[in-house]
Write a protein that binds this ligand. Structure first.
Ligand code: PGA
Length: 252
């Protein structure tokens, strides 16, 4: 039994502003009225203004930011521009790393940029299938964490949440087994505890083909405090089923 879950949807490049608004009002109707479940929707930039102020119970997140405040960076969005539009921001999603060439160094710079304007970063880490097969899962995750958090004060690290998303499980229908996910989550919590002294309340989310059929078992793992849901967050029905499963696992 747990005290708190974060249930987050990553819409990726789906939903117009109008579709986003409709989703929020439909989801709001289905939301269980319980403290202890934090719901966040990571929406396209173009939906953020439309979603703003629609629900006091659904947090809004952006899917990316650029680390400079302003300048000649065509097509980019800064943290300052997101201020007041989003509560959270995804940083280092594997699609950003793989398709758009984001490096550990870029990801490291994005975190203080987000924190400086009060955005809460959800940092994503995860190994590829080849890395897992070579037995490099832990060293890959450790390398990504160390690179992303380098130079951050303990108090700043405590303002983050982290999502473990094995790249081979994203959009493939093939989720990590609850035991595989728990192994990596336990490692991350231990790594954070060594850095911070205590990481018992630090939100660690699992992502990668999470759906209503597997979310309950994943969320029941000791070190899994939430899920980051891609495909199954696009429909109110499946996303709210996942939220409801988390409610069943909360301390009464
Ligand atoms: P998926 O995506 O649930 O569709 O696998 C998860 C993610 O990319 O965050």
């Amino acid at each position: 039994m747990k005290k708190k879950f974060v249930i987050a949807g990553n819409w990726k490049m789906f939903k117009t502003a109008e579709e986003s608004r409709r989703f929020v009002s439909d989801l709001e109707r289905d939301l269980p009225d319980v403290a202890g479940i934090e719901v966040v929707l990571f929406a396209p930039f173009t939906s953020l203004a439309a979603m703003k102020g629609m629900s006091g119970r659904i947090g809004i997140g952006a899917q990316n930011l650029f680390y400079e405040r302003e300048g000649a960076f065509t097509g980019e969005i800064s943290s300052v521009m997101l201020q007041g539009l989003a509560d959270w921001v995804l940083i280092g999603h594997s699609e950003r790393r793989e398709i758009f060439g984001e490096t550990d160094e870029m990801i490291r710079k994005k975190i203080p940029a987000a924190l400086a304007v009060g955005l809460r970063p959800l940092l994503c880490v995860g190994e590829t299938l080849a890395e897992r097969d070579r037995g490099e899962t832990v060293s890959k995750i450790e390398g990504q964490l160390a690179a992303a958090l380098a130079g951050l004060e303990k108090g700043d690290i405590r303002r983050l949440a982290i999502a473990y998303e094995p790249v081979w499980a994203i959009g493939t229908g093939r989720n990590a087994t609850p035991a595989q996910a728990e192994d990596v989550h336990r490692f991350i919590r231990g790594w954070l505890a060594a850095k911070l002294g205590d990481a018992s309340g630090f939100p660690l989310l699992y992502g990668g083909s999470v759906k209503p059929e597997n979310s309950g078992e994943l969320l029941a793992q000791t070190d899994i405090d939430g899920v980051l849901v891609g495909g199954a967050s696009l429909k109110v029905e499946s996303f709210s089923a996942i939220i409801n499963h988390s409610r069943d696992l909360l301390d009464k």
